[in-house]
Design a protein around this ligand. Sequence first.
Ligand code: FSX
Ligand code: SF4
Ligand code: F3S
Length: 362
Amino acid sequence: MPITTSELVNNLSSSRRDFLKACTIAAAALGLSEAMIPRLVEAAANPQRPPVVWLHFQECTGCTESLVRGSHPDIARLILDIISLDYHETLMAAAGHQAEQQLQATLEKYPGKYLCVVEGGIPTKDNGIYCKIGGRTAMEILAEVAAKSAAVIAIGNCATYGGIQAADPNPTGAVGVWDLVHDVPVVNVAGCPPNPISFLGTVLHYLTFKRLPPTDKLGRPLFAYGRKIHDQCERRAHFDEGRYAEQFGDAGHLAGYCLYKVGCKGPATFSNCPAVRFNDVGVWPVGVGHGCIGCTEPGFWDTMTPFYERLPGIEIPGGRGIVTSADSAGKKILGIAGAAVGIHAVVGIGKRILKGKSDEDK
Ligand code: FSX
Ligand code: SF4
Ligand code: F3S
């Protein structure tokens, strides 16, 4: 008899020490005080794990891959320990009719109680015929599964904003979840793929506080997407002092100088990558010598390309001794305080972010 996903997941129980370590990492990513850690651990250890239905639509499965890769086993294990993954097409043993039955059984057993995680964009052109599973369109499946869920977590740039499928000319009319789902809360864990810790933090926040975390106007949790890459970057001092890599492999690049001139989009991208980093070796794109390509932003395949050309509309410091503060650089980049830069035209998002208030402010 095939092992079910739940049985598989149960077999992955982590040691207490690993469990606490992963909880502490997540608490730090969430910006919680130490005093909150016991509450978070209690929520994470609750044997009543929330059922999760994980849908796959137009995507590369990189979001799931990055989540379950062995390079950060504590995080992956904790995620699989704190939720009951009742339906996940990549990880579940069931296939075909058996899988469809499992989906329906979960919806019937936990109406209004399960979390719906969506990975992948949803094609809407021609009634959504460009992505069908078991004879139903992604639009139909999403409409049913989201409507009966307690909340939806869109994971990845595809599920949040349409991703690469939505790049011009967007032949299938791909959109993100929040373009279609309006009756249940939706949170956007953006990135291509997102950092697993941002997903874990979102789930732990939900378990601990019984609601999704506060977000910006793009639906992204503020704990993970509240700050610009540029304002947390270890190369920022080089930017301020006018020290740049002019091309890959040159002396400036080898010296670890700022990557703005070789295309880094960190000045227009909101994410915790420099602080949280990826995998157990603590790397992130800029840290290993490649510019940020803006993968947490809507439409980045159009708005952040060409990836290796400098972001237009940014005044850069002229050289040694001329220092631009983080704030003034940010204002120039995002076109606030009367600066005539207007990144809106470039990335089309700044206005929404700057107008945004967190849910907690409301
Ligand atoms: Fe999209 Fe997820 Fe990019 Fe891939 O599946 S966010 S293409 S890395 O991984 O949806
Ligand atoms: Fe870092 Fe990129 Fe900003 Fe340079 S432009 S400081 S590499 S985020
Ligand atoms: Fe994506 Fe930029 Fe982080 S490319 S992974 S947002 S550094």
